[in-house]
Each structure stands twice: as C-alpha cells, then as structure tokens.
Design a binder for this molecule. Structure first.
Ligand code: ATP
Ligand code: MG
Length: 398
C-alpha cells in the first residue's frame, strides 16, 4: 500500500540549543537537494519535523533518497484521514494490515493536538485498538513491549496515522560543520573516512593523487565512481585530481629507498594543505588506521604530520579493518574499492618502507628535493571535477 506523507524527524540537532535553527536549515537544504527532480512532492518545514507530502509518489522511492541524509533520526510514513471516528478506525486497520506480516503485537498511541476532539487519547486507543483486533487474525495487543506502536495524531482538520518507520542515518547534516579536504585513494579505507566525516556534518572536497602513465584512466574512474557514491550522503562534491607523477619520480630517483614512502606522504600532505587553503577547508582527513601498514604507525604519523599545522583528522584511527570493510559494504563503496587497478602509491613503494621514520632524517633527505617546484607543478595541473553536476543538470530538465 502507499502512504500519503512522510514525516522526517531529526536526532542530535534537537540538542543544539541556540544553534538549532542553523542546523535545521542545513538539514532542510540537504533533504530538498536529495529530492530534486521529484516535482510532484510538497515539502514543508514545520517547527520540529519536515513533512514530505507524496501526492501519489511511492513512499519507498522517496524514503530511499532521504534515508542517507545525515541528521535524520527517522522517517515515518503516514496516511491522512478525516477526523471521523470511523475513518480513524479504518485507517488504523489499513496501516496495521500493511505491517501485519512483520509483527506479532501492536499498540495504538493516540495523541490529540486538537483538544476539542470529543474523545480523549485513552478512549481513542481503546476504540481503535479493539477495532483493529476484531478485524485481524494474527496480531495481538501488547501495551508494554509492542513490536509496533501505531501512532495516531489528531490535528485540527485531519488525522495522521503512522505506519512504516524507516531508520534515519543519524549524525549531523552535511554542511553544518565546515569544510574538510579528504584524501581519497582508490582503497577501502578513505571512502569510509569520507562517510564518517560527512556523518559529523563536514562538507568534503576530495583530493586524489594520480600518476599517469603509471596509473591509468580506470584507476581515476574508480575514484570518480567512489566520489559519486559518496554524493548520496552529502550532495554534490568536488574531486581534485592532482598529477603526482613527477613528484614520485623525483622521490624515487633521489630519496633513500626506505624513506620514499614517508617523503611521498609528506609531499601529498603539503599539496593537500595548499588546496585546503585555496578552497577554504579547515582540516585535512585521511583513511589511516593506527598500525594498519608501515605508513600508519605512530612514528610515521608523527613524521608525516610535521609538514602541516592543519588538523589532520583520521576518523578510522581506532577502527579495525574488518569493521571498516563492513561499513564500506554498507555504504556501497566496497565493490568499487576492490576493483584491481593500482593506485600511485603501490607502484612506487619500496620493498621495505621504514616503519619508524624520524623527522630529522626526513628533513635532511628532503634538502636535496625541489619541494616547492614539485608542489607548484602539481598544483598547476590539478583537474577539478564537480561530481554529480551533469546528473543534476539532466534532472533539472525532466
Ligand atoms: P586506503 O584504503 O584509503 O587506500 P590504505 O590502507 O591503502 O588506505 P595507505 O595507502 O597507507 O592506506 O593510505 C593512507 C591514506 O592516505 C589513505 O586512506 C588516503 O587518505 C591517503 N591516500 C593514499 N593514497 C592516496 C592517493 N593516491 N590519493 C589521495 N589520497 C591517498
Ligand atoms: Mg591505499
């Protein structure tokens, strides 16, 4: 069956006190963005919830688009009936029948916003509950621990009866926390890191280092596809593709084998910082997880981090690989990440990278590297791709 309206409720935003309005406005923008192109809908912003009137569209289609929007606690589908008792009874029955196969027990919770309504909540619970019981076979009432709580909200002119509940994505709306430059490789971890940052409200722009002809277009396409998948959590995003071949060649040819990886990372971070400054980001984020590989020991992080005083956020620092993989599967990036194209780092990796690199050593070696020139050259060749722009342009035409 279909419903008439979706009621979107927020979670943590409710705790924001004086700042609540700006968080809520941002959430509203994100919801509208995801529903762009569905012109049949009417979207209304109420004091404590957003309502999406479906006007005939399937609630599942609409809910599928917004269930990824951070800041949402729950999306509840409701039917709307007039305030006659018989309509409330029929409506409650209809909603219970829709979910009857999934539950064994139910309860009705009526609330009257219209205090002039001739029955109070208790009387309504009873009248509706017993009507549903008489007209169903496999379901009973449990007022304490029901499998489903059917909420009935009597408003001035009409009544909402809530059925299906879709769990929201939680977190805070993207755009409520400022911008982060996220280093996006083609691997499993960094897309998950992007998701985690967006979940806390950060707007992200992605940076990808690639090294043609050592890395090919399919490796780049993989990163574009990852970014496109991330778009459903936070709307359009930019991907800056940085040409990194010459920097890598210079590092390979003039830096000691066991420090190459450390120095390559330092170069990446320097370039990321420049892009962060250019595009007004306040932090850099990576998919690093403590101890996962040689470049992710504390010694490595310490030595690599030296080149920037921007915060380097590592949302996965304490997450196990198996758990990262679970999230990657859940958010739809895993299958893209495991496509077998090499990224720039694997190609130039030394046989035995130093697991405990020292700042002093790295600084000493780098004296013979044309750091500034290499950075300038890479920045001059950055290609910025606006992920999702074309898709949106097509939707606008529909
Ligand atoms: P991932 O799965 O994210 O690639 P990883 O376990 O392979 O991570 P590393 O290769 O050491 O680990 O990379 C650590 C982090 O450095 C990545 O999570 C990412 O944020 C960043 N990074 C690595 N390679 C690139 C790249 N080619 N472009 C942009 N960022 C990169
Ligand atoms: Mg990697």
């Amino acid at each position: 069956m279909n419903y008439e309206t979706l009621i979107i409720r927020y979670g943590e935003i409710a705790l924001k006190g004086k700042n609540k309005k700006s968080f809520y406005d941002t959430l509203y923008d994100r919801v509208k963005e995801q529903l762009k192109g569905l012109s049949a809908l009417t979207i209304k912003k109420h004091f404590d919830h957003i309502e999406v009137q479906l006007n005939g569209l399937d609630y599942r289609t609409v809910a599928d688009r917004i269930k990824h929007v951070f800041g949402i606690q729950s999306i509840r589908a409701a039917i709307i009936v007039d305030n006659e008792l018989t309509s409330l009874q029929e409506g409650s029955l209809k909603v219970v029948k829709d979910i009857e196969a999934e539950v064994k027990t139910f309860k009705i919770s009526a609330r009257r916003k219209n205090k002039k309504y001739p029955m109070n909540s208790k009387e309504l619970n009873h009248a509706l509950g017993s009507y549903v019981l008489q007209n169903t076979e496999n379901i009973t009432v449990d007022v304490h621990h029901p499998d489903v709580n059917i909420q009935v909200e009597v408003l001035e002119e009409s009544t909402r009866i809530y059925g299906k509940v879709i769990k929201g994505a939680g977190g805070l709306p993207v755009g409520s926390a400022g911008k982060v430059m996220l280093m996006l490789s083609g691997g499993i971890d960094s897309p998950v890191a992007a998701y985690m940052m967006m979940k806390r409200g950060a707007t992200i722009e992605a940076i990808h280092f690639h090294s043609p002809p050592y890395t090919n277009d399919r490796a780049k396409q993989k990163v574009i596809d990852l970014a496109a998948t991330l778009k459903k959590f936070g709307g359009r995003l930019k991907l800056h593709v940085v040409p990194f071949t010459n920097a890598q060649i210079a590092i390979r040819d003039s830096m000691p084998d066991n420090y190459r990886m450390t120095i390559m990372r330092r170069m990446m971070l320097r370039i990321a910082e420049r892009l962060a400054i250019k595009y007004d980001a306040l932090a850099i984020a990576t998919g690093e997880s403590l101890g996962q590989v040689a470049s992710q020991t504390l010694e490595s992080m310490n030595t690599i981090n030296e080149v920037t005083n921007f915060p380097v956020l590592r949302p996965l620092v304490s997450t196990d690989k198996v758990d990262i993989i679970d999230i990657a599967k859940k958010i739809g990036t895993y299958d893209i990440s495991i496509r077998p194209y090499e990224d720039c780092c694997t190609l130039f990796l030394p046989r035995a990278p130093k697991t405990k690199p020292k700042r002093e050593q790295a600084n000493r070696f780098e004296k013979s590297l044309a750091i500034e020139a290499l950075i300038e050259e890479a920045l001059a060749g950055v290609e910025t791709i606006d992920i999702g722009k074309e898709a949106e342009a097509i939707e606008d035409l529909l």
